[in-house]
Design a protein around this ligand. Structure first.
Ligand code: MG
Length: 368
């Protein structure tokens, strides 16, 4: 089975931007899907795939390792890795369709009957007022989620934290967390993503200020390329420390794992090389007795691809779900995202088990 064509389809989601889907057609008439959202530059992503298209046409769809070596080079950067990762997801979708089996069966079979999710409410919180933000979290809990994540520290930087304006932004971030905890009660797990905004001393200060809100985890207080800094933050922290979402490929995780700074490793199937590379990263983490929680703040195609992988991981903790972004999200994948009580049940159809709705794809299409 060879690749016959590759197309990119962008849809506009909301104030936070677009989802990009890749469609790979084969010479025997199958169509596979992958997702290439949040690469940092949608137009460059489209240009990268347009250039890769002629090289991909005619290639065997089972050549995952060879294509990884060609397209996801160590120094290639986020856009190139995201482009490859989307093609890789589509090739798994095709392999499953050709075999008549769901993708999780090809990745080793499942350890879990359903996938535990947590609701990231940050992208749904267009209104950043602490009470309005907390309302989004309350709605997610009302929809059945038992775990919520926020990214409250808008405009905060360790470089300006002691300036009056920087201080105000920081206090407003804390106020968002306080209001969310009030809104969701004590029983729901609450995590805070800091988006690498702190240095070690200010991260320690933030961790102390966040203690009253009894976090489930503290995410990315300092960048993941600073494992020594993460280890310093970890010392004295009384919640889990999580990071790694932006790293590309298994080698990038070695210093983090060796530092033992993290309680949970994060990777993103749509940036880090796809499902096979993510499986290798999860295996490295497992060998360090460390659970994994895939980063998944984008659309339903990458989310379902990640869910197929998660089902096969012995050290899986939970999977991110971008809650409340677009009411047509599940319809876009033909209802394949079966989410109830904060758990996702995987589709049993061959491949990823989804079909993109052509009408919705056209209705929300955006030119890049
Ligand atoms: Mg994050």
């Amino acid at each position: 089975m060879n690749i016959a064509d590759l197309t990119v389809h962008a849809v506009h989601v909301n104030h936070r931007g677009n989802w990009l889907f890749v469609r790979v057609r084969t010479d025997n008439g199958l169509v596979g899907h992958g997702e290439a959202s949040h690469s940092t530059a949608d137009h460059l992503l489209v240009a990268t795939l347009a250039r890769a298209r002629s090289r991909l046409i005619g290639r065997d769809t089972s050549d995952l390792e060879a294509l990884f070596l060609e397209m996801a080079r160590p120094n290639a950067g986020m856009v190139a890795w995201t482009a490859f990762s989307a093609v890789e997801q589509a090739l798994w979708d095709l392999a499953g369709q050709a075999a008549g089996a769901p993708v999780y069966q090809l990745l080793g079979g499942r350890c879990l009957p359903r996938i535990r999710l947590y609701a990231n409410v940050n992208r749904a919180a267009a209104n950043r007022d602490p009470l309005a933000y907390a309302e989004r979290a309350r709605e997610a809990v009302e929809a059945g989620f038992r775990a919520v994540k926020c990214a409250p520290f808008d405009d905060v930087s360790w470089k300006t934290l002691d300036d009056p304006e920087g201080r105000r932004a920081y206090e407003r971030g804390l106020e968002r967390v306080r209001r969310i905890r009030e809104a969701i009660g004590d029983e729901v797990a609450l995590s805070v993503d800091c988006h690498n905004r702190f240095d070690v001393p200010t991260a320690r200060r933030a961790a102390k200020d966040l203690e009253p809100f009894r976090l489930y985890w503290l995410e990315a207080p300092v960048p993941p390329w600073d494992p020594a800094g993460l280890a310093q933050v970890k010392a004295g922290l009384n919640t889990r420390l999580v990071a790694g979402e932006e790293l590309l490929g298994r080698a990038a995780y070695l210093p983090l794992l060796a530092s033992r700074a993290l309680d949970v490793i994060m990777f993103d199937v749509k940036h880090t090389g796809g499902l096979l590379e993510s499986k290798k990263i999860a295996a490295l983490a497992e060998a360090h007795q460390t659970p994994v929680s895939p980063h998944s703040p984008a659309g339903p195609v990458a989310h379902l691809a990640a869910a197929h992988l998660c089902a096969t991981l012995p050290n899986f903790l939970n999977l991110e779900y971008a809650w409340g972004e677009a009411p047509w999200r599940n319809d876009l994948v033909g209802g394949a995202e079966d989410i109830r009580d904060g758990y996702l049940t995987l589709p049993e159809k061959p491949g990823l088990g989804l079909a993109l709705d052509e009408k919705l794809l056209a209705a929300h299409a955006v030119e890049l």
